[in-house]
Design a protein around this ligand. Structure first.
Ligand code: ASP
Ligand code: MG
Length: 422
């Protein structure tokens, strides 16, 4: 059995869907993990906000998402859309019912309950489309398989339970299974999500549970590149990477794969391929266990929209073990993603994701013990296998606010100067 994962961009319109169906049509014995169509998850996030904070545009946002999906099936199915309309309509009725009752006080729980519909919409369309083009498939609601804890929006998988269910559900060898990434269910039957872009993780988790032969993540780029090709003209594909290298790149923010993806497949030594859905026969990038050390060219990972937070202790106490663990406790409490830190005797800096929802609460709590300053809209660039040229290329003429170098990796937080196109 193999596992394929298709992201939102791969099925962004009817034509794209047709292409993906073609890629699948040659196979049997496959699990296909699908994300929400195009930018649906972002749209659903806006709906959650409107619903939770009781804003006026709640139904407008709902209708927009609904129209988009129904328009999509009109294009994809033409006149043959009776069944898919019925199935999709059911999900929209369910979502509509949900936003018509008052929300609980738990934002993250409401978020998961609503945002998870994106994957349900896409997969029901996807599996009906396969039927339409004459390919049989089995639709699986992955919430019946992936059981998680109740840490909404970043739920942890309960591996034993999920594995047992996965082995019961994905049981016959010759089927094509269509299922959702990113979503699961906790033991109270509430919907959970695994963190934004988490479908890759679902794919690798299923591969682990079912001892799959390999996993392929289908993307709109030729593979894993040494820089984001949308931003850097010099970007080139990396043909092979070790699990270790891939996990480091993902952790530093290479957007091609979700950071949690590597661990499950590494643990069972299951190779991962990253390939282009535009060019399915080309080689892509292979990630596997390597017995030799790769000689890699510099790899650039840019994280934009960062906030650089700098704090000083008010009473001149050292920022060491105890204070440090309190500061990190606050990041965890407010679910704020920390991308790099640095500290001196009485000061501490951290670059965090700029759109952090609980930022204001974090700042007020820090202000109890620290003087706090922050720079908005900064960028964090990481260079693996740096050399003087690569550093010059990235930092020339830029104001560096924080800098760190280890043997293989150089990292810089810099002021944003607009789009680069080197
Ligand atoms: N649809 C979800 C997101 O956009 C999950 C995923 O795409 O992997 O975050
Ligand atoms: Mg997505």
């Amino acid at each position: 059995m193999k596992v394929y994962k298709f992201g939102g961009a791969s099925i962004k319109n009817a034509l794209a869907l047709q292409n993906v169906a073609q890629i699948i049509s040659k196979h049997n014995n496959l699990i296909v993990v699908v994300s929400a169509i195009d930018k649906t998850t972002n749209a659903l996030e806006r709906l959650v906000n409107s619903y939770f904070y009781n804003q006026d545009d709640k139904f407008l946002l709902f209708e927009k998402i609904k129209d988009f999906h129904f328009q999509y099936i009109n294009e994809a199915f033409g006149g043959h859309s009776v069944e898919v309309r019925k199935l999709l309509g059911k999900y929209f009725d369910e979502l509509n019912g949900r936003i018509n009752i008052a929300p609980s006080k738990n934002y993250d729980l409401e978020y998961d309950g609503i945002v998870s519909f994106g994957e349900l919409f896409s997969t029901v369309i996807f599996s009906e489309y396969l039927k339409e083009v004459g390919k049989d498939s089995v639709f699986i609601d992955i919430r019946d398989v992936i059981t998680t804890d109740s840490n909404h929006r970043d739920a942890k998988m309960l591996w034993e339970r999920s594995t047992e269910k996965a082995r019961n559900v994905f049981c016959t060898g010759n089927n094509i299974y269509i299922t959702q990434g990113f979503i699961g269910r906790d033991i109270n039957s509430n919907c959970t999500t695994l963190g934004r872009e988490g479908s890759d993780y679902t794919a690798s988790a299923l591969a682990y549970m079912l001892d799959a032969e390999n996993v392929t993540i289908w993307k709109d780029v030729p593979g894993i590149m040494n820089a984001d090709p949308a931003k850097f003209k010099f970007a080139e594909k990396l043909n092979v990477l070790s699990f270790r290298e891939a996990v480091e790149l993902a952790f530093y923010g290479a957007k091609v794969i979700h950071p949690k993806t590597i661990k499950p497949i590494e643990n069972k030594n299951i190779p991962l391929y990253v390939k282009s859905f535009y060019d399915p026969d080309s080689e892509g990038t292979e990630i596997k266990e390597l017995s030799y050390k790769l000689d890699l060219i510099p790899i650039y990972i840019l994280k934009s929209n960062q906030t650089l937070l700098s704090i000083w202790s008010k009473d001149f106490s050292f920022i060491v073990e105890e204070n440090m663990s309190k500061i990190f406790g606050l990041f965890a409490k407010y679910k704020i993603k920390v991308n790099i830190t640095q500290n001196s005797a009485v000061s501490f800096s951290a670059s965090i994701d700029g759109d952090s929802r609980n930022f204001d609460s974090l700042i007020s709590e820090l202000q109890e013990d620290y003087f706090v300053k922050y720079n908005l809209k900064t960028e964090l660039i990481t260079i693996r296998y740096y050399n003087p040229d690569s550093i010059e290329k990235m930092t020339k003429g830029r104001k560096i606010l924080l800098e760190q170098r280890s043997r293989n990796t150089a990292r810089f937080v810099m002021e944003y100067v607009g789009e680069t196109n080197i």
